[in-house]
Design a protein around this ligand. Structure first.
Ligand SMILES: NC(=O)C1=CN([C@@H]2O[C@H](COP(=O)(O)OP(=O)(O)OC[C@H]3O[C@@H](n4cnc5c(N)ncnc54)[C@H](OP(=O)(O)O)[C@@H]3O)[C@@H](O)[C@H]2O)[C@@H](O)CC1
Ligand SMILES: Nc1ncnc2c1ncn2[C@@H]1O[C@H](COP(=O)(O)OP(=O)(O)O)[C@@H](O)[C@H]1O
Ligand SMILES: [K+]
Length: 486
């Protein structure tokens, strides 16, 4: 029997992380939606649809499994697991269910599912079977609020230690559905079936590592209300008009590269060039004697004081060190379009005057690209706080500084004032190497210079940057190599 769920990540097609954009909905919205469809569709409850979808997915991804362990929690997530257990047992599998609660005290639907599982001949055991071919994590979904302890913690440890696949019901137990923050004890699944809605926490922070492949089943409920976030879709290929010239694609100027960090400016510049900018200038703050990049002779080197950059897109801060500080008032005041990265952001974080200047720039012309620590400095908090709610942190930065924010890391978040935040589906840990952020800043500059609105420029650049890493065949990807492939 084939699955009736859709695979969201990884998408199908060459290196495609996400084949299309998906609406993401948080747990408060999900509960409200559930409340408006208490009986599901037809005569079946949502839990019955969920259980059938789970059983069908299990059969599709582990078709040869004979013994399936279903670990069920006390809430409706456990109920979904019991529904699936009944189906799998009826389809000839040996199903062992573990419960650590009194099923007589469950919700009406979960109690009915327990009765069904018993009637189907499922075995019940307080301990996991000695050997199992697959496991369903039906411990906790959107209702898990506290750290997992006792039998639940033991079962999570057992799932994570097993060499057989785990399929998480709705979300991996111990993962926050809204933020992607993972509790110290959480399930690391090979597959996750998100039910009724796709939750944002699956795609950012700890989500990607905890979920494995991500699947979705809407349980037959259509929802056209505005989402709380969007999973960004693929970038449309733009055709270059025949009658175009280098001026059509805009000028990018890279200001950065303090002593010892000239490479950061060069990486950003090469990336802007390969990303499609018409002309790229470099103002190396720490190496005025530098007049040529032999590996990229297209780049033009100028002194920042002598160049008329007023009509260009500026990318400021890559390897900027202390040297970028004195230029920032001028840049913030006069750059037409601006990307701020690294040390530019660190200086702004320490200066209320620069912060005010940033917030007062004309709307829609500025993109900042902090990693979590840079974001924390700007918000006067810690990287751990930022990581605990990446969507919230990015949106706060966007509102506070009135600009587009690219909060980098696993599941990069792109936010703009008054807009729905996006989570980028592309990219992987091959990008976790020095200089890839400089490449991204240059690429955002190229997309801005080509005339894209700031939010679109940021989303496109982040998607392409990650896609290049997803399509890279080698195990190691250097920033220099990445520049050429975006
Ligand atoms: N909503 C929907 O649209 C649909 C929902 N569906 C499914 O229902 C799931 C949500 O169900 P849910 O609301 O019952 O929450 P769930 O995640 O089972 O956990 C809550 C229970 O766990 C307990 N508990 C929490 N932490 C604990 C801990 N550390 N250690 C021990 N106990 C702990 C908590 O106890 P309490 O806090 O009340 O003491 C409560 O009893 C959802 O993810 C999806 O799978 C689908 O069937 C159909 C559509
Ligand atoms: N595990 C990962 N998954 C996806 N993207 C990642 C991962 N690790 C790093 N990246 C990406 O790599 C880039 C690193 O940027 P940054 O931390 O600024 O590095 P640097 O300052 O050395 O250039 C960002 O675009 C980030 O999103
Ligand atoms: K679960």
């Amino acid at each position: 029997m084939s699955t009736n769920s859709e695979r969201v990540l990884p998408g199908t097609g060459l290196g495609a992380a996400g084949a299309r954009a998906w609406p993401l909905r948080d747990s408060a919205h999900t509960r409200a939606l559930e409340g408006s469809h208490p009986a599901g569709t037809g005569n079946r409850s949502l839990m019955e649809f969920a259980g059938l979808a789970l059983a069908r997915l299990a059969l599709a991804v582990v078709p040869h499994a004979r013994t399936i362990w279903v670990a069920c929690g006390p809430g409706n997530n456990g109920g979904d697991g019991l529904e699936a257990a009944a189906h799998l047992q009826q389809w000839g599998k040996q199903v062992v269910v573990s419960l650590a609660h009194d099923p007589e005290k469950s919700s009406t639907d979960a109690h009915a599912a327990w009765l069904k599982a018993r009637a189907a001949g499922v075995s019940f055991n307080d301990h996991p079977p000695e050997a199992f071919d697959a496991c369903l994590d039906a411990l906790f979904g959107i209702g898990a609020l506290r750290p997992l302890q006792g039998a639940y913690a033991d079962w999570v440890a057992c799932m994570n230690a097993a060499s057989t696949p785990t399929i998480a019901v709705d979300l991996p137990s111990g993962l926050d559905a809204d933020t992607g923050a993972a509790m110290p004890m959480h399930v690391t699944a090979q597959h996750t079936l998100s039910l009724l809605t796709l939750k944002p926490g699956l795609f950012t922070g700890g989500g990607r590592d905890a979920c494995g492949d991500i699947w979705f089943n809407d349980l037959g409920v259509q929802d056209s209300s505005p989402p709380q976030a969007l999973l960004a879709g693929p970038v449309a290929i733009t055709r270059r008009l025949h009658a175009s010239h280098k001026g059509t694609f805009g000028d990018v100027c890279i200001v950065g590269g303090a002593p010892g960090m000239t490479g950061a400016a060069l990486l950003a510049a090469r990336s802007a060039l390969h990303g499609g900018a018409g002309r790229v200038f470099v103002c190396p703050l720490g190496a005025p004697e530098l007049t040529l990049d032999p590996q990229c002779p297209e780049l033009m080197f100028r002194s920042f004081d002598d160049l008329d950059w007023s009509a260009m897109t500026l990318v400021a801060g890559c390897g900027g060190g202390q040297a970028i500080a004195e230029s920032l008032p001028l840049i913030l005041g006069h750059a037409k379009q601006l990307v701020l990265d690294a040390d530019a952001l660190n200086h702004i974080a320490h200066s209320p005057v620069l912060q005010q200047q940033l917030a007062q720039r004309p709307a829609g012309h500025t993109v900042i690209t902090p990693h979590p620590l840079e974001a924390a400095r700007l918000l006067a908090t810690t990287a751990a706080v930022v990581q605990a709610d990446r969507l919230g942190a990015a949106q706060s930065l966007a509102e506070r500084f009135q600009c587009v924010v690219v909060l980098k890391g696993s599941g990069t978040v792109i936010a703009a004032p008054g807009d729905i935040p996006r989570i980028n589906p592309t990219g992987n840990a091959k990008l976790a190497t020095a200089g890839t952020g400089d490449v991204l800043a240059g690429l955002v500059g190229a997309h801005l210079a080509a005339g894209r609105p700031a939010m679109q420029a940021a989303c496109e650049a982040v998607y392409r940057h990650g896609q290049a890493a997803d399509q890279w065949q080698g195990t190691v990807l250097s920033a220099s190599q990445l520049c050429h492939r975006t």
